[in-house]
Design a protein around this ligand. Structure first.
Ligand SMILES: Cc1ncc(COP(=O)(O)O)c(C=O)c1O
Length: 369
């Protein structure tokens, strides 16, 4: 990638992604539903889905039906579950495209039924159960009557799932308590001949911390993207980073002492200083936060002055050989240095999930295989 092609881009290592999916399968001994909502955690929906399938994922999980339709148009023929809300008017499209929806209350199912009856066919659905997340999900006590009422209806409940609130906390009682509640429900449903065929619960953190949550398939997102769902705890070595964010130095100047750098002149050169420019800013999803770093010539350098919409400036006194066109790394490795997504997230006061979900559409995504 030379400067005449791209000035900034994301490199996405699809082999690392495939490896991570395969490692989850190996670790859990279960099928994987690759959770690739929000543009595949910012990595790009279609190539990410294709690589997850190549890595062995049998299901894809998305948040919205529009995302599921993108996958179908991309030729993904795997089972797809919409984990979030599906508007009733989209039910015919769900049926036509063999997309499974989540149902988290009985009223929703009634509205869906009207659409299914008019349209014809069978709607596949998974019932979502509230066990402690406090978000979407049916209270456990109404699940059995709900399933009984839908028996022999054109809504086929083929799965049941729940979601954990605190699976990143290995020592908390919260996840074991959610598992206990879910198991007790599954036991009751089994006794009554109502238990759906496919049971799932584990997100990335639960995969790492709670083997009792594996059931029939797991639902990792962060982990397969090579990121740790547990703040402050790096992933086991078999999981590989997927994303690198690079740019080129597009300008390099030596300023005299006293030169204000960027809006507000919040940084002022204290002596003669070499200042480089990279074409990355908050318009790319790189936050306007002070005290950030990048890698140039295998060294850590400071980003100085305010981050603009499309540019930011680097203090390059420690890299005397730096020249226009040199590669700069915002996330990933260069020489023996490495900037993790977690390091960036920490500077931004957030989690790695938000860093990747915020990567702007305009950033070219280069897939490496
Ligand atoms: C219902 C559900 N399952 C699984 C996941 C995947 O979570 P993670 O990326 O932590 O593995 C998510 C993500 O937010 C989710 O909402």
């Amino acid at each position: 990638m030379d400067i005449n092609t791209y000035s900034t881009w994301l490199e996405i290592d699809l082999n690392a992604l495939k490896n991570n999916v395969a490692e989850v399968i190996k670790m859990t001994g279960r099928d994987v539903m690759a959770v690739i909502k929000a543009n595949g955690y910012g990595h790009g929906m279609r190539p990410i889905a294709q690589a997850c399938v190549a890595g062995g994922a049998t299901w894809c999980g998305v948040a919205r039906i529009e995302e599921a339709l993108v996958l179908r148009r991309a030729g993904i023929s795997n089972r797809i579950l919409v984990l979030g809300f599906t508007p009733a008017s989209k039910i015919p499209e769900a049926i036509e495209n063999n997309i499974t929806v989540a149902i988290f209350n009985a009223e929703l199912a009634q509205t869906y039924l009207e659409y299914v009856r008019i349209h014809g066919g069978t709607l596949r659905a998974h019932v979502k159960v509230e066990t402690g997340m406090g978000r979407l999900g049916m209270p456990v006590e109404v699940v059995a009557p709900f399933l009984r009422a839908l028996k022999n209806s054109p809504i086929q409940i083929e799965g049941i799932f729940t979601h954990f609130a605190r699976a990143d906390e290995a020592d908390s009682d919260s996840t074991p308590e959610q598992i206990r509640l879910f198991n007790s429900l599954l036991h009751d449903l089994d006794q009554q001949g109502l238990k759906p065929e496919i049971v799932h619960a584990a997100n990335s953190a639960a995969i790492l911390n709670f083997p009792a949550s594996y059931y029939d398939l797991t639902r990792p997102g962060d982990l397969i993207m090579g990121m740790s769902p547990i703040e402050g705890k790096p992933l086991p070595a078999q999981f590989k980073p997927v994303l690198t964010w690079k740019a080129r130095l597009i300008s390099l100047r030596t300023f005299p002492a006293g030169q204000g750098i960027s809006y507000g002149s919040k940084y002022v050169t204290s002596k003669e200083e070499r200042i480089g420019v990279i074409p990355i800013g908050y318009g790319d999803g790189f936050r306007r936060v002070d005290g950030q770093q990048a890698l140039v010539g295998g060294k850590r350098v400071n980003i100085v002055g305010r981050v603009c919409m499309d540019q930011c400036m680097l203090q390059l006194d420690d890299v005397p050989d730096a020249k226009i066109g040199d590669e700069v790394v915002l996330v990933g490795g260069q020489g023996s240095e490495f900037i993790t997504i977690d390091e960036v997230a920490q500077r931004w006061g957030t989690i790695n999930y938000e860093v990747v979900c915020g990567l702007a559409e305009r950033l070219p995504r280069i897939y490496i295989e």
